[in-house]
Design a binder for this molecule. Structure first.
Ligand SMILES: O=C(O)CCC(=O)C(=O)O
Ligand SMILES: [Fe+2]
Length: 346
């Protein structure tokens, strides 16, 4: 059962706001230590009210249950850039670019099909790309709510960056100052219900919920519903994915992206992660061994990701020159890197 061991620690972000600077610094150091283990950590008391997170999931639920022709009124462009609007199932396959950072000793290069549909938005005042909102008569609350939710997530994101910088004993503003243009993306994802037998388990099916990948940006603020199935790679046992268990709906999962790995010279790794069948859906067989019942239907699943992304002209060189390592270094700007990573996903 070692396979089911958790690898994500939970931290109370309220401690970051302590007026006692020693307590605050200690919290920041433990955040960096936890993130450094597997690139994942969970935060409670992060400042986003539970009812707001619940409302975001309700909006996602309402949107994805619209008839297809209504969802297609805010369509994603037919290219991989920019990430805006609705993508029906089969349009984006992260598996196609999953080879970034792949170590073939541990990772399969087989491109799986992602059984998901998504809605993407960016910063409403982004000078480069416009949002593609559902028409107001289709979903009147969608745009005003999502803009408000974005602003709230941005405030928390900047606090988290400050905490990480303090945890490394760097200038507290060093990371936040590279995120002033809000190049971020917010993604609502719906994984429709699916027969367990249709999901890849033994190489015969090529489908999963989302293929193993690293996120391209700085750090992702992720919320998941109670269904489960999210897994992250154990950094000590490459190739082994362990569950990131679902907690309360407002529990925030933080996971580091490629840029954080570059800035920290791999002190915070961008962990590969995926969404597949949750272990709880695998019926216990003889001797307690988990055996999947292929006739089971996995319920639909929702997640919300706020992909924090560096300003387009930001450097990806290590925050501390002493952390330089050739393996984890790129000379591209953050904007160039994002374009190179997105290319080929659609
Ligand atoms: O649905 C999830 O929990 C994770 C989604 C994800 O990893 C992504 O969209 O990058
Ligand atoms: Fe991801």
């Amino acid at each position: 059962m070692a396979q089911l061991e958790t690898l994500v620690e939970t931290l109370d972000f309220a401690t970051f706001h302590s007026l006692n600077s020693k307590i605050k610094t200690k919290f920041c150091e433990s955040l960096v230590t936890s993130l450094g283990k597997n690139g994942f950590v969970k935060l409670v008391n992060h400042g986003l009210p539970k009812d707001i997170v619940q409302e975001a999931f309700q909006i996602a639920n309402d949107f994805f249950h619209l008839p297809m022709e209504k969802k297609m009124l805010s369509p994603h462009p037919p290219s991989d850039v920019p990430h805006r609007g609705f993508s029906p199932m089969g349009m984006e396959n992260i598996g196609k670019v999953t080879n970034f950072g792949v170590d073939e000793t541990y990772h399969s290069k087989v491109a799986l099909k992602d059984m998901k549909e998504t809605y993407d938005m960016g910063y409403e005042h982004d000078p480069v790309y416009e949002n593609i909102w559902p028409p107001i008569d289709v979903m009147p609350k969608f745009k005003p709510f999502m803009q408000k939710f974005w602003e709230m997530c941005y405030v928390v994101q900047q606090e988290i960056f400050e905490a990480i910088a303090i945890g490394f004993h760097l200038n507290p503003a060093i990371l936040a100052d590279m995120h002033l243009d809000q190049v971020n993306e917010m993604r609502l994802t719906h994984y429709p219900e699916i027969k367990l037998a249709d999901l890849e388990s033994d190489g015969t099916s090529q489908k999963t919920r989302i293929s193993p990948h690293t996120d391209f940006g700085s750090i992702t603020l992720l919320f998941q519903d109670a269904v489960g199935g999210l897994e992250a790679e154990d950094q000590k046992v490459k190739g082994v994915f362990r569950p990131v268990e679902a907690g309360e709906i407002d529990e925030m999962i933080l996971n580091a992206g490629d840029c954080m790995q570059f800035w920290t010279g791999n002190r915070i790794p961008a962990a590969r992660h995926r969404v597949h069948a949750p272990p709880a859906k695998q019926a216990p067989g003889p001797d307690g061994v988990q055996v999947a019942d292929p006739n089971q239907v996995l319920p639909e699943r929702f997640s919300i990701a706020f992909f924090t992304t560096p300003d387009r002209n930001a450097s990806l060189q290590p925050l501390n020159p002493e952390w330089y390592s050739e393996k984890h270094s790129v000379t591209m700007t953050a904007g160039e890197f994002q374009l190179s990573r997105s290319s080929g996903t659609y």
